[in-house]
Design a protein around this ligand. Structure first.
Ligand SMILES: C[S@@+](CC[C@H](N)C(=O)[O-])C[C@H]1O[C@@H](n2cnc3c(N)ncnc32)[C@H](O)[C@@H]1O
Length: 348
C-alpha cells in the first residue's frame, strides 16, 4: 500500500471556508473512489504537511487510469505519492479540459454559480450515474434545466460532452448566447451555428433557441466528431417540448436560492422557495433522463429542507442518494445561503 497526498487548489479556500474545502474534497474523492475506481482508495483524511492542508489516502497504486480520473477533481491542484521520510513525488495528472479555461472563468455576473462548485456538482452527478466508468471516454449529454448564463454548459463542453440548457431569463439567454458566439470566434474554435432564433408553434413564438456544433480540433470537426450546444429560452416546466425523452445522461442544476433570484413557476409567479419549481419540473426532467442517468441539484437549505427536495425526486421515480459521501456536501456560502447537493439516480 502506498500513501498519496492531494494538494487542494489554493482557490478552494476562497470558494468555501477552509474546513468545508477539505470535507468537500474528501467527499468528492470518496465518490471517485467508489464509483470509478472500485473503492480502491482508503483511509481518506485531511492532513497538514509542513503547514499546508492536503487530503491523504491509501491505495495499492494510482495507475494511469486512476490518475486520469483524479485529474478531474474539482478542487485538486496536484497529487503526490507521500513516501517514507515525508517526500512528495508528483503524479502526472492530465485533466479532460479541452478548451482554454477562460471559457469558464471569463464571464462575471451577479448570480453566477461558482465554477469550482459547478464542476463538483457535475462530477458528483456523472459519477453517480450508471455511466461513471465512461466519464472520460464517452461523449455524455448533460442538461442544465436552469442554466442561467451557462456555467454548467461551459464545464460540460470543457469535458467534451454535449451540453443542453434552458432558462426563463431572456437577459441570461441573450448574454450567454452573445458570449459563447464571440468566444468561439475569438478562440478560432471550429464551429457551426445550426440555429439561432425564435421557436414558433402555431404561429406563436414560444421560445428562443441557439444550437451550435463545435469541436476542439479541426481534424475532429472535419471528421464530424463534434459536440452540440443547445440552449433554450423558455420555462423549465416545458423542457419536454424541446428535448427528447430519455436523451440525457446527467441533469445538473443549481436551483434559485430564494435570495438574488426567485423561482418562477407559471402557476404561482415568483416564489422564494424553490420547492414549487422543483415539484413542477422534476417529473418533466426525469422523463428526459436515460435509464441509469442521474440528476444533481444544488440549492439553499435555508429556504427548502433536504428531505422535502428528496421527496420530490423520489415521487418522480428517482432514487435519492442519502448515504456518505452524499451527506458530506453541505456548506455555508454566506449568511443567507447554506448550500447542499442532492443526487438521485434513475433506475437502469
Ligand atoms: C441559481 S441560478 C443558476 C445560475 C447558473 N448556474 C449560472 O451560473 O449562470 C437559477 C436560474 O433559474 C432560472 N429560473 C428560475 N425559474 C425558472 C423557470 N421556471 N424556468 C426556467 N428558468 C428558471 C433563473 O432565471 C436563474 O437563471
Amino acid at each position: 500500500m502506498a500513501r498519496y497526498a492531494l494538494l487542494l487548489l489554493p482557490s478552494a479556500n476562497r470558494v468555501y471556508a477552509v474546513a468545508a474545502a477539505a470535507s468537500l474534497a474528501q467527499a468528492e474523492l470518496e465518490l471517485f473512489s467508489r464509483r470509478a475506481l472500485g473503492g480502491s482508495l482508503g483511509d481518506l483524511e485531511p492532513t497538514t504537511i509542513a503547514g499546508v492542508p492536503y487530503i491523504t489516502f491509501q491505495a495499492a497504486a494510482v495507475d494511469e487510469r486512476a490518475a486520469a480520473f483524479l485529474a478531474n477533481l474539482s478542487s485538486g491542484y496536484a497529487l503526490f505519492e507521500y513516501g517514507n521520510g515525508g517526500l512528495l513525488r508528483p503524479v502526472t495528472l492530465a485533466p479532460l479540459d479541452r478548451y482554454d479555461d477562460d471559457l469558464i472563468t471569463i464571464q462575471k455576473y451577479h448570480g453566477k454559480t461558482n465554477e469550482q462548485f459547478t464542476k463538483l456538482l457535475l462530477n458528483a452527478t456523472v459519477l453517480s450515474s450508471a455511466f461513471a466508468g465512461d466519464m472520460l471516454s464517452r461523449k455524455l449529454t448533460v442538461l442544465d434545466p436552469l442554466c442561467g448564463r451557462g456555467t454548467t454548459l461551459n464545464q460540460a463542453l470543457m469535458y467534451g460532452y454535449d451540453a443542453a440548457g434552458l432558462d426563463l431569463g431572456r437577459q441570461d439567454f441573450d448574454a450567454y448566447s452573445a458570449f459563447i458566439k464571440a468566444w468561439l470566434k475569438r478562440k478560432r474554435v471550429k464551429h457551426h451555428v445550426g440555429y439561432d432564433g425564435p421557436v414558433r408553434r402555431e404561429g406563436k413564438v414560444i421560445a428562443r433557441r441557439l444550437q451550435v456544433s463545435l469541436a476542439a480540433t479541426r481534424d475532429a470537426y472535419k471528421a464530424g466528431v463534434t459536440q452540440l450546444l443547445d440552449v433554450v429560452n423558455a420555462p423549465t416546466e416545458r423542457s419536454a417540448e424541446f428535448f427528447r425523452p430519455a436523451s440525457v445522461d446527467a441533469i445538473v442544476t443549481d436551483a434559485p436560492y430564494g435570495v438574488q433570484h426567485g423561482s418562477r413557476t407559471a402557476v404561482k409567479g415568483l416564489a422564494r422557495n424553490p420547492l414549487d419549481l422543483l415539484a413542477a419540473s422534476v417529473p418533466v426532467w426525469a422523463g428526459l433522463l436515460r435509464p441509469g442517468g442521474a440528476i444533481g441539484i444544488a440549492w439553499n437549505t435555508l429556504v427548502a429542507r433536504r428531505q422535502d427536495a428528496a421527496q420530490i425526486l423520489a415521487d418522480a421515480g428517482l432514487e435519492p442518494q442519502e448515504d456518505r459521501p452524499y451527506l458530506g456536501f453541505r456548506h455555508r456560502v454566506d449568511q443567507a445561503i447554506m448550500r447542499d447537493i442532492l443526487v438521485a439516480t434513475k433506475p437502469a
